[in-house]
Design a protein around this ligand. Structure first.
Ligand code: CTP
Length: 412
C-alpha cells in the first residue's frame, strides 16, 4: 500500500518513528509528511532514513510532480499521528496551508488520526466539535489514551501506541477498499408508517427503522448513492445516516406518502430495498376533529379500515431492466409451520428478486440491535442466512444483491 503518514508538532512524534518502521516492515511504501513544527521534534533525516523515501514539508518542493496533490491522490491510506489540536482544527475546517493540509484535501483514501494533546485541550468544546465533524466524514479516530502526559500531569491525551494505531489503520484500509457498490443508485425505505385516525391519534407499529437505516448506511459506506425514505424511526439512529455524505433523507409519514416517495425515486434506482413496516390498512375516514368518548356514547368504537396498496408489489410490477427489488418479510410462524415455508410463500407472492425473511414476536425483531434473516429468491431458493448486528445483516444483504446483479448480467 501507498501510505502517507502525516506528523504534526507534538512530542509524541518520536513514537510515530516506530509506527513508520512497522509500516515499512509490513512491506508498505511509506511517505512521511511532517508539518513545519513536527520537524522541531523529529528531524527530516530520521523520517527519510526510516521511511526510505524523500521527505519535505513544503508545497514548493518537487513542484514539477505536483507533489501537493500527488501524495493524496496516490495514497491508499493516510495516517495523522500525532494529530495536535491545531491540526485537528485545520482538518475540520479544510485548511490547506501546508503539504499535509493539501494532501488531506486531495485524498479519497481512508484517514486515520491519532490525537495527542493535554487533557484540557482534548476536552475543550472546540476540539470536541472538530472531532465530531471529522467522524461524520468517516475519519477514524484512534485514542487518545488516558495516561501520563509530558508536563507530569495525567489524563486523556496520550497518543495511542504505534501497534494500536497500525491495527486500526490497516482495518480502515481494508474496509475502505470495499467500494463494491460504487456508482449504484440505491433507494431504501425504513421505519414504520402511521395512519391517522384523527388529529392526535394514529395506527402504527413497533418498527424503529434500525434495520433499514443500517441497510442504507452499509450501501453508502460501500460507495453507493443512497436515498433513504424514512417513515417513523428512532431519530438518534437516523441522525447517523443523515450525517453520511452519500445519504439523502426524505420523510414519509403514511403508507400513501411512502408510496409516492418510493414511486418517484424508483425511476432512477438500480436497487430498491423496502425495509419499511408499511401499514396494510388505513382508516377509511380520518376525523377532522379529535374523536371524543361522547361520540361513542359508552358503547365502544368501530373504525372502518380500508386496505393500502402493496407498495412492494407495485415496485416489482414496474421494475426496469436490470433493477433489483428487495423486500423484507416480518413473520410470526404459526404452530407446525416453519419460518422458511412462510417466507417461501411470501417470496412467490411478492415476486421480489430477494426477500429477507425474519422472525418477529413480542420480544424479537423490533427495536433490537441484532437480527437474523434468511434471504430467498422469488423461486424460494435460499441465497444465504445472516445473523449478527443489524449492520452485519445489512452487509449480508448487499452481498446477496451483488451476486443477483452478477447473475442478471450473465443471463442477458
Ligand atoms: N409492504 C409494502 N406495502 C404494504 C405492505 C408491505 O410495500 N402495504 C412491503 C414491506 O415493506 C416488506 C414486504 O412488503 O418489504 C413484506 O411486508 P410484510 O408486512 O411482511 O408482508 P405483507 O405484505 O404485509 O403480508 P402479510 O400481512 O400477509 O404478512
Amino acid at each position: 500500500m501507498f501510505v502517507v503518514v502525516g506528523v504534526s508538532g507534538g512530542i509524541a512524534a518520536y513514537k510515530t518513528v516506530h509506527l513508520v518502521r512497522l509500516l515499512v516492515k509490513g512491506g508498505h511504501d511509506v511517505h512521511v509528511v511532517p508539518t513545519a513544527d513536527a520537524v522541531r521534534f523529529v528531524g527530516l533525516p530520521t523520517w527519510e532514513s526510516i521511511s526510505r523515501n524523500a521527505v519535505t514539508t513544503s508545497v514548493h518542493d518537487d513542484v514539477a510532480r505536483v507533489r501537493h496533490v500527488a501524495l493524496g491522490q496516490a495514497a491508499d491510506l493516510v495516517i495523522v499521528a500525532p494529530a495536535t489540536a491545531n491540526t485537528l482544527a485545520k482538518m475540520a475546517t479544510g485548511l490547506a496551508d501546508d503539504l499535509l493540509g493539501t494532501t488531506l484535501l486531495a485524498t479519497t483514501a481512508p484517514v486515520v488520526v491519532a490525537p495527542a494533546m493535554h487533557t484540557e485541550m482534548w476536552r475543550h468544546p472546540a476540539t470536541t466539535a472538530n472531532i465530531a465533524t471529522l467522524r461524520t466524514r468517516g475519519v477514524v479516530i484512534v485514542g487518545p489514551e488516558d495516561g501520563e502526559l509530558t508536563g507530569g500531569d495525567s489524563g486523556p491525551g496520550r497518543m495511542s501506541e504505534p501497534e494500536v494505531i497500525l491495527d486500526a489503520a490497516l482495518a480502515a484500509a481494508e474496509r475502505g477498499s470495499t467500494a463494491d457498490l460504487a456508482g449504484l443508485r440505491v433507494v431504501v425505505s425504513a421505519g414504520g408508517t402511521r395512519e391517522p385516525i384523527d388529529p392526535v391519534r394514529y395506527i402504527g407499529n413497533r418498527s424503529s427503522g434500525k434495520q433499514g437505516i443500517a441497510v442504507a448506511l452499509a450501501a453508502a459506506d460501500r460507495g453507493a448513492d443512497v436515498l433513504l425514505v424514512a417513515a417513523h424511526v428512532d431519530e438518534g439512529v437516523l441522525a447517523s445516516a443523515s450525517a453520511h455524505p452519500h445519504v439523502n433523507v426524505v420523510r414519509a409519514g403514511t403508507a400513501a406518502e411512502l408510496q409516492a416517495a418510493m414511486g418517484a425515486a424508483a425511476r432512477t434506482a438500480d436497487v430498491i430495498v423496502m425495509a419499511a413496516a408499511v401499514a396494510d390498512y388505513r382508516v377509511a375516514e380520518v376525523s377532522e376533529s379529535k374523536l371524543t368518548k361522547d361520540a361513542a356514547s359508552g358503547r365502544g368504537i368501530t373504525l372502518d379500515l380500508i386496505e393500502n396498496d402493496d407498495i412492494l408489489a407495485g415496485l416489482v410490477r414496474g421494475r426496469s431492466d436490470g433493477q433489483v427489488v428487495v423486500g423484507f418479510a416480518a413473520e410470526t410462524p404459526a404452530e407446525g409451520e416453519s419460518l422458511l415455508e412462510r417466507g417461501r410463500r411470501k417470496a412467490a407472492r411478492k415476486g421480489t428478486d430477494l426477500l429477507a425473511v425474519n422472525e418477529v414476536g413480542w420480544s424479537s425483531g423490533f427495536e433490537s440491535d441484532v437480527n437474523e434473516v434468511t434471504i430467498l429468491t422469488a423461486g424460494g431458493e435460499v441465497v444465504s442466512t445472516v445473523q449478527g448486528t443489524k449492520r452485519d445483516v445489512a452487509d449480508g444483504l448487499w452481498d446477496a444483491v451483488i451476486s443477483t446483479r452478477e447473475k442478471n448480467v450473465t443471463k442477458r
